[in-house]
Every structure is written in structure tokens, then in C-alpha cells.
Design a binder for this molecule. Structure first.
Ligand SMILES: Nc1ncnc2c1ncn2[C@@H]1O[C@H](COP(=O)(O)OP(=O)(O)OP(=O)(O)O)[C@@H](O)[C@H]1O
Length: 294
């Protein structure tokens, strides 16, 4: 229909004249393509050949729609083009609205998950880091609703029963889980959601969310760098370090199950955060947006 209008506005003679005299190669290609598409559309839709009635209607339209010359006043030219096309130009955005998304950040212990997320929240607006619910006792200095949602074991079990958790795990005798409602609430406000889980948690989330979420695997630049970082943190005993390092060696093998890998190199935290931001931006530019349903 639109192509027919264009043809009506141009008229066959003008159309071929445009093709003949256009020195702009891309415009010529565009015109050729338009003509080809018009022919194809006609064939695909099996549009009826013009009857004498429809032909006279086209003739009438050609008389009414007189395109102003390109040298005309811009407003006049725009109105003329709109009239020829039969509808006003819309100022609505042409790109799809960037859906709020769920970003799962995982990686071996000590790689810098907390550091990257903390920095990401400082430099980027519209990102909500989901506060995990836990049945663990509150430690001095921890803030309820900021570090964790502290709930009793009974409360946690009833949350499981009511299917209120996206994923949960029993870690050293304490429950930890991701409340679904918090994700729904913030997504409804347009926030992108960041989840921080260990590698096993990420595998569970992949089963639940499939490709609707983005999975990012954080790594250090080398095994040696990771070990040094863990040692420097001075939060683990030698035995705990041994377990964490052995686990990390296994976890790195899961990298291929993730969508992206981001290197958090020594002293280059901002570089890693920038790359995470670029991933989010690129995902927002996808023509086929991921869509999380909980
Ligand atoms: N790019 C970096 N360069 C140097 N040190 C870093 C970098 N990123 C993080 N660190 C440091 O490494 C240590 C571990 O970081 P962090 O606690 O964020 O890791 P994590 O992956 O959240 O660990 P865990 O899973 O054990 O909680 C911290 O002392 C942090 O300050």
C-alpha cells in the first residue's frame, strides 16, 4: 500500500527519471530495491492487476498529490511528503524499548563479584542489586534490608512453601535465597536486576531462567592472580583457602555455560565494570530483546 502511494506520488515517468538521472548511487539502489520490492509484494500478495476503476483512482491521486520540490521550505516539503504517503511522520522512537533485564554475575570465590557489583551501582543508574534473604543471624555492622533480609528459619521455610524464592540454597546450615517479589517490583519500575550467585547457583538459575537472563562469568587474569587476591583478603584460614582454590579450579571449567566472560584484572576493577556496562548496553540494543517472566 505504502509503495503504491510512493508510486502514485512519483508517477511512473518521474520514477524512471529519478532512476536515470540520480547520481547518488545509494539512492538509485534504494529506488531499484523499492521497485523490486513492489513487484515482489505484488507477486507474493497476488495483488490484482489494476482494473480500470483502480487505475482511474490512481490517476486521481496523482493529480491531488503534488510533491513540492526538494528546494521548497522544509515544513512545506515535510507536509507534502506526509500527504503523499498518506500519514503524518511519527516522532515515536523507532528502536524497541530496552526491556528491564536480569543480569547474573558469578565466578569463583575472591574473583571480585562484590567489588564489581558495588562499583557498577556507583557508576550506573537504574541497576538494582537484589538483596538476598537469609536465615543466618545478623552480624554486628550488618544492616537488615541492605546486606540481607534477615528472617527466621521458619519464615524462610514458609517462603519456600509459598514459592516466593527464585532460587535458594542451604549454605553451611543457613538458608539463602532470592526473593522473586523484589525482582518483580524493581523490574516494574524499569530497573535492571543484578543477581550475585556462586557458580552452582548460576547453573540453577540457568535452568530456571534459560536465555531470558544474561549470565556473566567473572575471572581473574590468571589462576595465580586469583590465589594472590584471596590470600591478600585475609578473611580465610589456610584450610578454607585450600578448599576455595580447589573449588575455583573446577568452577573455571563452567565458563562456557555463561553468555559472557569478563576479566577482572589486578588493579583494573573499573575496566571490568566498563565491560559489564558495555554488555548491558549491547543487550539493550538487541532487536530480539530478552524477556524475563517470573
Ligand atoms: N580488580 C581488582 N584488583 C585488585 N583487587 C581486587 C580487584 N577486584 C576485587 N579485588 C579485591 O579482591 C578481594 C575479593 O573481592 P570480592 O570480595 O569482591 O570477591 P567475591 O568474588 O565477591 O568473593 P566471595 O565470593 O568470596 O565473596 C577483595 O579484597 C577485593 O577488594
Amino acid at each position: 500500500m505504502l509503495l503504491r502511494r510512493v508510486y502514485a506520488a512519483l508517477g511512473r515517468s518521474q520514477s524512471s527519471a529519478l532512476t536515470k538521472f540520480s547520481t547518488n548511487l545509494s539512492l538509485r539502489r534504494c529506488v531499484n530495491r523499492t521497485q523490486l520490492e513492489f513487484r515482489r509484494t505484488r507477486q507474493n500478495l497476488r495483488l490484482p492487476r489494476m482494473t480500470s476503476d483502480s487505475r482511474s483512482e490512481e490517476m486521481r491521486r496523482r493529480e491531488y498529490v503534488r510533491l513540492p520540490p526538494a528546494s521548497a521550505n522544509k515544513d512545506v516539503l515535510l507536509r507534502g511528503l506526509e500527504a503523499a504517503l498518506g500519514s503524518p511522520f511519527s516522532s515515536d522512537p523507532l528502536s524497541p524499548p530496552g526491556n528491564p533485564m536480569v543480569i547474573v554475575i558469578s565466578g569463583p570465590s575472591g574473583v571480585g563479584k562484590d567489588s564489581v557489583i558495588k562499583r557498577l551501582q556507583e557508576v550506573r543508574e537504574g541497576v538494582h542489586f537484589v538483596v538476598t534473604a537469609t536465615s543466618r543471624a545478623q552480624r554486628p555492622g550488618e544492616v537488615d534490608g541492605k546486606d540481607y533480609y534477615f528472617v527466621s528459619k521458619e519464615e524462610f521455610l514458609s517462603m519456600i512453601e509459598r514459592n516466593e524464592l527464585l532460587e535458594y540454597a542451604l549454605v553451611y546450615g543457613d538458608y539463602k535465597g532470592i526473593p522473586k517479589q523484589q525482582i518483580r517490583d524493581f523490574m516494574a519500575k524499569g530497573y535492571d536486576i543484578v543477581l550475585r550467585v556462586d557458580v552452582q547457583g548460576a547453573a540453577t538459575l540457568r535452568t530456571i531462567l534459560g536465555n531470558s537472563a544474561i549470565f556473566i562469568f567473572l575471572v581473574a587474569e590468571s589462576e595465580e592472580a586469583l590465589v594472590k587476591r584471596l590470600v591478600d583478603r585475609k578473611t580465610e584460614t589456610s584450610e578454607m583457602l585450600l578448599v576455595r582454590i580447589a573449588t575455583a579450579k573446577e568452577e573455571v571449567k563452567c565458563m562456557r555455560d555463561f553468555d559472557y566472560v569478563v576479566v577482572n584484572a589486578e588493579g583494573k576493577l573499573d575496566g571490568a565494570v566498563k565491560l559489564v556496562e558495555s554488555i548491558i548496553d549491547a543487550e539493550k540494543a538487541r532487536t530480539q530483546q530478552r524477556c524475563v517472566r517470573l
